[in-house]
Design a protein around this ligand. Structure first.
Ligand code: SF4
Length: 692
């Protein structure tokens, strides 16, 4: 195998207790690595009939060519499987030190197949692979299990694994690394749990081959310096996103939907993440080889230790109107210990609390739990029941659609305003959305067309910047104006459209989302971090990757080659998604979000997503992607353009796809009333529907 790669993909068949290897170069030249190779392996492994929690599903863990090198952020692992949440592609990324170690052990990917007879963990020590008994670890938290494995194998072992939520196949369970970071979205932890795998432990003593070490080191140094010179580096490297997330609240981006529409603005002042940071953060932390270290390590006496960053701040606090910072802290810490996604948890709680406020659910539905906004006892009780899959918790653990079906079967239609309770669920293809508002136009498009049905990682964050600057804490008025102007100019440059930075317009959003999709694909394939790219306002460009790959492999790698690989990757994913049932009509946001303005904050009443314009943005986006405007399926020409000739026969009209199954759990007949006419016409219960 060439430089920068371990050269082998490890396939572990748990049912047969067998390990075998596949050469990486079967995939690397076309798909590079990480998410690229994972997508192709998944495409070859699963089908429309594959039960996400059944024997036939696989879980792919992918490093990339830059994993374990001196390139910044060299230790992100892409995780992919069929999702138990969406029935589409499940995908998430976990940071820490595992990915680099896997490369040092000589492996580029690990693929778990089948199901172990009893709980096990996989122990990889260079070429030696063992399936070890994990019955004694089953039931332990992620913290405890990692500690127990370290005691067994030694302090240097690097581990990723699940907690009790994954063992019980809670559909929004996560996979955690040593540092508290996790692959959180789309239920990847549940799939690992369905295979009876508690963890994968790795020890590696091999290096990474580099063709031209001096040139590679120079390329790495340039990339480190580029990150350090980026606009947000100093802030994210010192106080993380404590102020940034506050800006999202004040601008009205956070708290999607209308859940908080009637809460007075003074309520927002109660969320002060910076004070908590000042009091309890004892060090910065993050992934191997990262100059940013975007995470904060906290310790609170009497509660314990955890890691905070990014969306962990507003999700289980502001989103559910929980203004107690220590209860918020306990929830985040418990999510990490139990291995459960805090974003999904918060969005599901927000939905249930809104249903409670509307009078749609009460304690007869929740098993006696009071779900009034901000009720700590109620949140704690339901949270523990979800993790324990106990009573109503076992229903909620299956996800939003299953929960809506449960509610609808027990609550008369008129009490539900003649709708399914799913109507109020902030989800895309059943995946609970981030809290960030889909009433922003670019955000709506990115949520709808993103690879994993919620994907704010396909959003060009320039839009978020422009929305946040007017209210950014501790920023002068001059600076707010200067930065806003800069971002608007950037939006026009990226999209080639005048006015692309206008939040109330639709022009240029498709181009920006398309461009961001390409950008996001690159670090995902390289094994590095998308935070270092323009996705989170840092300046790593395709040129940086091309330079490093050229020096590392000894083969001239051009920017266009990488961009083509990223476009190819998204088409592999899209064909697979379409094969699993996804079509244009699934590329959407909750129907209730259309035609309503942002409900609070600085942008209150000023922006909203119009349905017709949204569909027009999709037309533009599909044209850029080379996807059929009517169906959203990649065209034959597109597949041929990206060298995916063997996938053509999978397309409908070419004998492929066969029977179409509905996306996500449940059947189409049970889908909620999605036209919203009655609601928009005034609804039937004036006080509570006024804003809904
Ligand atoms: S920016 Fe954060 S998530 Fe990305 S590599 Fe660095 S520490 Fe990890």
């Amino acid at each position: 195998m060439s430089y920068l790669y371990g050269g082998k993909i490890l396939r572990v068949n748990l049912s047969r207790r067998e390990a075998r290897f596949v050469p990486t170069d079967r995939y690397a030249s076309k798909y590079i690595g990480g998410r690229g190779t994972n997508a192709r392996i998944l495409y070859e492994s699963v089908d429309v009939d594959t039960d996400p929690l059944g024997l036939e599903n696989v879980v792919c863990f992918g490093t990339g060519p830059l994993s374990g090198t001196t390139f910044p952020g060299c230790s992100r692992t892409d995780v992919m499987c069929k999702s138990p949440v969406t029935n589409l592609i499940g995908n998430a990324s976990v940071g820490g030190d595992w990915s680099a170690e896997l490369k040092y052990a000589g492996w580029d990917h690990v693929v778990l197949e089948g199901k172990a007879e009893h709980p096990v963990y996989v122990d990889i020590h260079n070429d030696a692979v063992q399936i070890r008994d994990a019955r004694a670890l089953w039931g332990l938290t992620t913290y405890e299990a990692h500690e127990a494995i370290r005691n067994e194998l030694g302090p240097d072992v690097k581990i990723i694994g699940i907690g009790p939520a994954g063992e019980r196949m809670v559909t929004f369970a996560t996979i955690h690394s040593n540092i508290g970071n996790s692959a959180s979205r789309t239920g990847v932890g549940a799939v690992m749990g369905s295979k009876n795998v508690k963890a994968i432990a790795v020890r590696g003593t091999q290096g990474v081959g580099i063709a031209d070490p001096k040139a590679f080191l120079e390329a790495s140094l340039r990339a480190h310096n580029t990150i350090r010179a980026s606009k947000y580096y100093e802030e994210f490297h010192t106080i993380g996103l404590t102020l940034y997330e506050k800006a999202c609240i004040l601008s009205g981006l956070e708290g999607g939907g209308d859940g908080h529409a009637n809460v007075p603005p003074s309520f927002d002042e109660r969320f002060d993440y910076y004070s908590m940071f000042e009091k309890h953060c004892y060090k910065r932390t993050g992934c191997t080889g990262c100059p940013v270290h975007c995470m904060e390590a906290y310790h609170v006496g009497g509660l314990g230790s955890t890691v905070m960053s990014c969306e962990l701040y507003p999700q289980l606090s502001y989103e559910i109107r929980n203004a107690d910072p220590y209860f918020h802290y306990w929830l985040v810490m418990t999510c990490q210990k139990m291995g459960i996604d805090s974003v999904s948890t918060a969005t599901i709680f927000q939905w249930l609390m809104e249903l409670w406020e509307l009078g749609i659910i009460d304690s007869t539905i929740t098993g006696g739990i009071n779900l009034e906004w901000g009720n700590k006892d109620g949140v704690k009780e339901l949270f523990l029941r979800i993790i324990g899959s106990d009573g109503i918790g076992a229903v909620v653990a299956k996800g939003m659609k299953e929960t809506a079906d449960y509610i609808d079967a027990r609550v008369p239609l008129d009490r539900r305003y003649d709708k399914s309770s799913y109507w109020w669920a902030m989800q895309v293809n059943n995946n609970p959305m981030y809290g960030v508002n889909p009433r922003m136009h670019g955000m709506a498009l990115a949520y709808a067309v993103g690879r994993r049905s919620d994907c704010i990682q396909d959003l060009d964050m320039v839009e978020v910047d422009i929305a946040n600057f007017p209210v950014y804490p501790e920023m002068s008025e001059d600076e707010k104006k200067r930065l806003t102007d800069e971002e608007k100019a950037l939006a026009e440059r990226v999209s080639g459209k005048i006015g692309a930075g206008d939040l109330d317009g639709y022009q240029g959003k498709a181009e920006m989302t398309h461009d961001q999709g390409i950008t996001t694909g690159l670090p995902d394939m390289m094994g590095t971090c998308k935070w270092h790219t323009k996705w989170l306002f840092m300046d790593i460009e395709p040129e940086n990757y091309a330079e490093a790959l050229s020096a590392g492999t000894g083969r001239e790698v051009g920017v266009q080659e990488l961009i083509t690989a990223s476009l190819r990757l998204r088409n592999v994913e899209r064909v697979l998604e379409c094969k699993m049932g996804r079509r244009r009509e699934n590329d959407t946001i909750p129907e209730k979000e259309f035609g309503r303005p942002v409900a609070r904050g600085f942008w209150k009443g000023k922006i909203g997503t119009d349905r017709k314009e949204f569909e027009r943005m999709k037309d533009e986006y599909y044209a850029l992607r080379g996807w059929d405007a009517k169906t959203g399926i990649p065209t034959v020409e597109t597949l041929l353009q990206y060298g995916l000739d063997d996938m053509v026969e999978d397309l409908p009209g070419r004998g492929g796809f066969g029977e179409r199954r509905p996306v996500s759990e449940g059947d189409d007949a049970k889908l909620p009333d999605l036209d919203g006419k009655k609601e928009r016409d005034g609804g039937s219960r004036e006080t509570k529907t006024a804003t809904r």
